[in-house]
Design a protein around this ligand. Structure first.
Ligand code: GLN
Length: 480
């Protein structure tokens, strides 16, 4: 798959036909074995649907400025509403559900000339870190098919890693774009909370949810974010702040930028080989004139416990709507209550059920103060840690490993708590609402390692400037 910028320029110049691009993407999906019985990258895909979108994108050609993603196929996670393919969140409970409206991010993609290309597989309702918890079976990592692609946006990361598309949409509540990006050796961006509209993103934990972008390169991801970001009157939490040209961030120098290295993200227990990859990346940035500074985010250790109270609490409320009345699956039972019980107990998988139970418990009278309120207080402390290093510590961006391990084997982690620990370095940014991204920084036993940048609220430009510079340095280009 060509880069988004090359595809866009070639399409705008008339040198590439969108129909040929779609054909190539369909052929590539076949070639890598993207289907259900193999890598299982897509929850829903339809070649004719992709072809129709390919033809429609040509409408953009008449514009004086053809869109930033003109003629670029973009895969879309199965929890983002589209009109022409099902939106099922990797769940049986939504089987057969086709949304009557479209997510704002999908409208924006189409307005920029992009070609929606399939709905990607995911952990059910985005709860998971491996894409093993999908009602439609696990997705395999295209780089090592006996391993997971990460999750919950594993299908989107795999679609990019397999070279089917150069851009994909995912979603994040606690790391679901960055962690799979790291496991699949691609770039994954979680924007500032409020930077991208959530209208049409099926809610998991509304105060933490974001639409994120995966790309084969920093530029692919930057273009994708440029297109989907912005205020939306349909989402009152979206910010009315102008969207910078993220894809031009690479023109700014990294020289003089202060990059914080938070000690809590480099614990004694960190795999020394992951530490080494991070140190190499930091060294490259230092060589380009960045200043590396040791910093501390003292409340980091409390992030996982706080997240696993706040996220299930909000999920238990958001998922109450799937009751067999309005959406997807309905299983007959004894009366109304029996129908609710049968639909919900058969419609939801074990991880989603666990979260609903946990969330209902922490919100119940008598436990609310002990758990939910406490977790919200901890969340405030974590956000304050970030504000402090950015505002008074003079740090422009932070750099950390994205995940404590590389992609693990399918079936290797059965303990939910161990699975939750996959997100130890990523959930903090969701709790604080700050932007963060993962990009490949090398290999460990042949598997990709991800490095993470974290920036202040609406500081995506600084993050991208650093990311472009690091990516250039890794490819041997020495421009600072
Ligand atoms: N893995 C985390 C969870 O299971 C995060 C998921 C996400 O970001 N959607 O909740």
């Amino acid at each position: 798959m060509l880069s988004a910028s090359k595809l866009r320029d070639d399409t705008a110049a008339g040198a590439t036909e969108p129909a040929a691009t779609v054909k190539a993407a369909i052929a590539r999906a076949r070639e890598v074995g993207a289907g259900r019985d193999n890598l299982n990258i897509f929850a829903w895909s339809d070649d004719d649907d992709a072809r129709t979108h390919g033809t429609a994108c040509l409408g953009q050609m008449s514009d004086t400025i053809p869109g930033l993603l003109l003629g670029v196929p973009v895969a879309i996670k199965d929890n983002i509403a589209t009109l022409t393919l099902p939106t099922t969140c990797g769940s049986h409970v939504l089987e057969g559900y086709v949304s009557p409206y479209e997510a704002t991010v999908v409208t924006k993609l189409r307005e920029a000339g992009a070609i929606p290309f399939g709905k990607t597989n995911m952990d059910e309702f985005a709860m998971g870190s491996s894409t093993e918890h999908s009602a439609y079976g696990p997705t395999r990592n295209p780089l090592a098919p006996d391993r997971v692609p990460g999750g919950s946006s594993g299908g989107s990361a795999a679609a990019v890693a397999a070279g089917i598309v150069s851009v994909a949409l995912g979603s994040e509540t606690g790391g679901s774009v960055r962690q799979p990006a790291s496991f699949c050796g691609v770039v994954g961006v979680k924007p500032t909370y409020g930077r991208v509209s959530r209208f049409g993103l099926v809610a998991f934990a509304s105060s933490l949810d974001n639409v994120g972008v995966l790309g084969a390169t920093v530029d692919d991801a930057a273009r994708g974010l440029r297109v989907v970001a912005g205020h939306d009157k349909l989402d009152s939490t979206s910010a009315d702040i102008p969207v910078p040209d993220y894809h031009l961030a690479g023109a700014s120098p990294i020289k003089g930028m202060v990059i914080g290295k938070p000690k809590e993200y480099f614990p004694e227990t960190l795999d020394p080989r992951i530490r080494a990859r991070c140190d190499e990346a930091l060294e490259r940035m230092r060589a380009l004139g960045a200043v590396i500074r040791d910093v501390s985010l003292p409340n980091t250790a409390m992030a996982i416990p706080a997240y696993y109270i706040v996220a299930p609490a909000e999920a238990s409320s958001n998922l109450a709507r799937f009751d067999g009345v309005r959406y997807g699956l309905r299983i007959k039972g004894d009366g109304l209550r029996g129908m609710y019980e049968a639909t919900r107990s058969q419609g939801f998988g074990p991880e989603v059920t666990r979260r609903i139970l946990l969330g209902t418990y922490v919100l119940s009278a008598g436990y609310y103060d002990a758990y939910y309120r406490k977790a919200q207080q901890v969340r405030t402390l974590i956000a304050a840690d970030f504000s402090k290093v950015f505002a008074t510590g003079g740090v422009d961006v932070l750099f950390t490993p994205t995940t404590p391990t590389t992609a693990f084997k399918i079936g290797a982690i059965s303990d939910p708590y161990e699975m939750y620990m996959s997100d130890i370095f990523t959930v903090t940014a969701n709790l604080a609402g700050v932007p963060a991204m993962s990009q490949p920084i090398g290999l460990l036993d042949g598997l990709p390692v991800g490095g993470q940048f974290i920036a202040p609220h609406f500081g995506e430009m600084a993050m991208f400037t650093a990311a472009y510079a690091l990516e250039r340095a890794q490819s041997g280009e020495v421009r600072a």
